[in-house]
Design a protein. Sequence first.
Length: 401
Amino acid sequence: MHYHSTHPSDPQGSDRQQHAHVQAASVLCQTRSGKANRSRWLLTLAACISLGMTANAQPPSNQLPRIEPDYQSNEYESFTEPLRQIELAAPEVGVMADILVQEGTLVKAGQVVARLDDQVYQNAMLVAKAASEAQGSLEAAKRQLENAQYELEGYRNLRKQHNATDREVQRAETSFGIAQANVQVIEDEARVRAHELQRAEAQLDRRKIRSPINGVVVEIRKDLGEFVSPSDPVIMTIVDLTQLRAIFSFPMAKAKQLRSGQSIEISFSKRPASIGVVEFISPMTKPQTATCDVKVRIDNTKGTLACGELCRSTGKVVRGTGAPKPTTAQQNSGVQRAGDQSPLDQSPLGQRSSQQRSSQQRSSQQRSSQQRPGTASPASVDPASVDANRPSDNVAASPTP
């Protein structure tokens, strides 16, 4: 704020001075009102703080109870998907010669759905088949073997009559051995040709593309005349809709309560509720949502459920599908049958205790028989007979009933 000095005889200067005084007064009033507003604001803040401290100072019994999340009442959503989806690929490269199905066709396992060009393989199979059926060389070798055997027998007979030398007989035996070897070679070659025929048939069969599962063809990616390369061998997509799968993201606390093999309830918006079987519980927890993926298998043998349909589940386990039953080995190890000894009784300490109990029982029986009427008094009993009837510590007593 600036003040201008004026001369007393100057009327304009006096007016300016008066106007400056008015402005200074207004600024002073605004400053005072601002201080008052700040004072009121500070008082209000102090009152709020005091009320908050009073509320916090109330006893815990007046506080509202903490509401824990109820996982049974919460529903978690997922979508159904095929349990098995096969990207059917050709085992070999070649040109598409025939496609025997269309999109939406129901196929069975082992059914031929497409075929590659196989003209070359058919010719190779015909050649292998003709070679395997050739019997001329084998028949000729057998005839040579019969002739060599006949000559050998003749030379042996002549040698007995002293009309042939040992050298001639030896040559006949060598010819006979060579004829046998020729027959063996031709038979081995025939077996090799038979295996070559089987290989040609297998190569020809590999030109036929078969479905590995029962399902529905949902997509065909190749047309007639297209080349199937190693980088792009997929021909069609086949899915199995008899079994569906839904992947739910359950909270970690809820996922820990489930076990593989349990059955849980699954509801649909426009269909009756169904039962799903827990197949897999992921051991990994998503840090963003603190949930675990749980894969559930849903039976769709009747085909009433659609793939990609919205489904919900609370994770409630159906009664009777809890923990798996113990195996026979577990039952035998955990249950003691009547008449069996416990592990403690089978130990050396348990056997010694059993012997002591048996000795005490026998001693009590002897004392009771001595005190009956008509029996001898303890003083008249022969100590030798008592010692003879007393069981020895080295003799194992029979197990108590």
